[in-house]
Design a protein. Structure first.
Length: 295
């Protein structure tokens, strides 16, 4: 064994002993796009959490002497048609968008993963029933279904989150079912079954942990879609209700003043663009970082 081989041995051993979580984080932080996305997301989360401390004005405070004023030293992003500070409304609007994205995806996960796990593991009539229901929901476009459910439930941010969560559920049912059907034939699952483990234990402790990476990537990408859906519902008057700030409702109000006050649309539109792009970048980075074929 040469000196070069001996010097390379500790590195190889350390790579083998590295935990999967640390390996995934190391790969994730090597991707500049994902790191930039994490920074942007963290910035907006901090803005949303500490909005009362950061915001220079109250988001619903009106002033008829400041109607549609352009960006200035006092109002960095300008004011809207009621004299409200746009920077304050963008900061507080981050709360509605991020909350809608997280809770909507949480609803979709809590419904879709158990159904997909049951469908993929049990098979038979249960699989056929759940699959046909999923196909029926997937036949309707995601945003159209969310609009229909939000209109049925009534206009509010809470109902919008429920509508978006239910509309995103079929995606997680289909993904979970496919992953379970792929994993349940692996040798370690067969070994667990041969040792006499009950079905529920095999599903929860042997199959579910091994399909979590795919679900995590899909959840990250779905948050971006949920933020766009919340903005669309608020734009249509089915989400966050005025005077509470929301990026979608701000765009709705700005469409009448695009010529005279373009800053009213630029800042909420830019906020939606940055957050959605950041979640997509992080999702792509997670997909590569969690891929066991990557080195």
């Amino acid at each position: 064994m040469t000196d070069a081989t001996l010097s390379a041995l500790p590195i190889a051993v350390s790579d083998e002993l590295e935990s999967p979580a640390r390996r995934a984080l190391r790969r994730l932080f090597k991707r500049k796009g994902a790191v930039a996305g994490l920074v942007v997301i963290a910035t907006f989360v901090l803005l949303a959490v500490f909005a009362p401390l950061i915001s220079p004005y109250e988001p619903i405070a009106t002033s008829w002497s400041l109607v549609r004023k352009p960006p200035s030293a006092l109002h960095w992003f300008g004011t809207d048609e009621l004299g409200r500070d746009i920077l304050a409304r963008v900061i507080y609007g981050a709360r509605a968008s991020l909350l809608a994205g997280a809770i909507s995806v949480g609803i979709a996960l809590s419904i879709g993963v158990p159904l997909g796990l049951l469908s993929g593991y049990r098979g038979g009539f249960i699989d056929a029933l759940i699959s046909r229901m999923t196909d029926a929901m997937l036949a309707c476009p995601f945003l159209i279904l969310a609009i229909a459910l939000a209109a049925f439930l009534g206009p509010s941010l809470g109902n919008a989150m429920i509508a978006i969560g239910i509309s995103a559920t079929p995606i997680f049912v289909r993904l979970t079912r496919g992953q379970v059907m792929s994993v349940k034939v692996e040798d370690y699952v067969e070994a667990a079954r041969a040792m006499g483990n009950p079905r529920w234990r095999i599903a929860l402790f042997h199959i579910l942990p091994n399909i979590m990476p795919a679900l995590l990537v899909q959840a990250t990408l779905s948050i971006a879609a949920a933020i766009i859906a919340e903005a669309a519902l608020s734009f249509l008057g089915l989400g966050q209700q005025p005077p509470a700030p929301s990026w979608g409702s701000m765009l709705n109000a700005a469409q009448r003043f695009l010529t005279n006050a373009p800053w009213m649309a630029v800042w909420p539109g830019l906020a939606i663009f940055l957050v959605v792009l950041s979640f997509n970048l992080v999702g792509d980075g997670l997909r590569d970082a969690l891929d066991p074929r990557e080195r």
